[in-house]
Design a protein around this ligand. Sequence first.
Ligand code: PGA
Length: 256
Amino acid sequence: MRRRIAAGNWKMNMGLEASVELARKVKDFTGIHAHSVDIVVCPTFLSLARTAGELEGSGIAVGAQDCYHESQGAFTGEVNPELIRDAGGSYCIVGHSERRTLMHETDKEVNLKVKSLIGGCIVPIICVGETLAERQALDTMNVVRGQVMRAYAGIEPEAAARTVIAYEPVWAIGTGLNATAQDAQAVCRAIRDTVRYIYDDTTADSVRILYGGSVKADNISDLMSEKDIDGALVGGASLKAAEFGKIIQAIAGMIQ
Ligand code: PGA
């Protein structure tokens, strides 16, 4: 049985004190669920170490929002998996659609990042998803399958099995629109079948697949009733401890 994940992507929000304060509230409201689901919060790089310090011993993990694939050296402005781990991080989001769009991140770069994270013992949360134009052109499955295939190029099955994929339709991120649970399930199923095609049943049945895109307390339960959805990557709603708490509770509730 796959352990569920509730991950909060804080994006470029929350200064140092605000991050620590939000982490404390998440711990107070929902720390109790950390034994049954993996709870992860992803602050900015600047707040990562202090947030991890605040959450130490709580069972709540901390993740970064991006990384660079090189191990060290003259790469001004970049942060590698080793530095993320040193600061207390154990997860890292890669290939988020905002980075693919705004920073022109490619599938090749996503693949390099996934490899470096695996090497650095950090769990990658690999984001995939179609744009509105791609959806309207009925191209969703092709786009998502291609992103998954390229993200895992050259990665061994044992390592792939421990990664996390987040299906985030680009048109649903931060827009208040979200895929129906049935639509999200169909794509998450196709993602799992793609992992099966690349590897084998064991790997496909181990990979955890999250849905992301305007997840809220009032739509999470429907999503979590679907077979191939193992949790959520939450943006805006993860900045409010009470709302995120309800989402975590719903994710945990389904397995009690
Ligand atoms: P949202 O963001 O929940 O605000 O739509 C999700 C994400 O970008 O990971």
